[in-house]
Design a protein around this ligand. Structure first.
Ligand code: ATP
Length: 193
């Protein structure tokens, strides 16, 4: 297997996959900083509750990213049990040999990093690229984690807000890729009609 230099990993619940995720991914691809970008929908997002089925979240990510030059991994969905990033990184390392792995993460999620399973081990295997999100502009220094911050003018959108809006029958067309919105409606996810 050919070894690449820089591999970026972007995990998330993607419940649903929205334009904030897409903007970030397109920004990363445009920088050409990474030889490979792997997007990883969580199988069992154990720190979140009541998410849509993993198969639907994977399908929505695939629809949103169908034209992008990246890899979508279903490794967390195939693996039984809670989706721990440390297990994912080890699995990806075997599949995609690289000199360096960077875990891309929003600043809100980065703040919670110390609570992640085997956090110390994870910080030895990856560096972090912390994308500043509106409302979470103070990026904490986390002891042991090597990180860079990235300001991309991230969209002020969260999946939580979109689920709530869909549930109330509001128009969220401006915040979701069109194919994702059609999928949500077709499957009546999040109470959408
Ligand atoms: P929720 O509201 O359900 O917590 P979310 O919108 O934060 O969801 P996730 O799927 O949990 O979305 O996010 C996956 C990753 O993408 C996380 O690292 C998160 O910080 C980041 N992220 C989410 N929304 C944005 C956004 N609008 N801009 C930049 N990064 C984002």
């Amino acid at each position: 297997m050919i070894k690449i230099k820089n591999c970026a990993l972007f995990g998330g619940t993607f419940d649903p996959f929205h334009n904030g995720h897409l903007l970030l991914i397109r920004f990363l691809l445009a920088t050409r900083k990474f030889d490979r970008l792997v997007v990883i929908p969580a199988g069992d997002p154990y720190q979140k509750s009541g998410s849509a089925p993993a198969s639907d979240r994977l399908a929505m990510a695939k629809l949103a990213l169908k034209d992008e030059a990246l890899t979508i991994s279903d490794c967390e969905i195939r693996r039984a049990g809670p989706s721990f990033a440390i297990d994912t990184v080890k699995e990806i390392k075997d599949l995609i040999p690289a000199d360096r792995y960077t875990w891309v993460i929003g600043s809100d999620a980065f703040a919670g990093l110390p609570s992640w399973e085997r956090f110390d081990e994870l910080t030895r295997l990856v560096d972090f690229l912390v994308v500043v999100r509106p409302g979470a502009s103070d990026v904490p220094v986390i002891s042991g984690a090597t990180f860079e911050t990235l300001e991309i003018g991230a969209l002020d959108i969260s999946a939580t807000e979109l689920r709530n809006r869909l549930n109330h029958g509001e128009d969220v067309g401006a915040f979701l890729p069109a194919d994702v919105l059609s999928y949500i409606k077709e499957k009546h996810l999040y109470g959408a009609a």
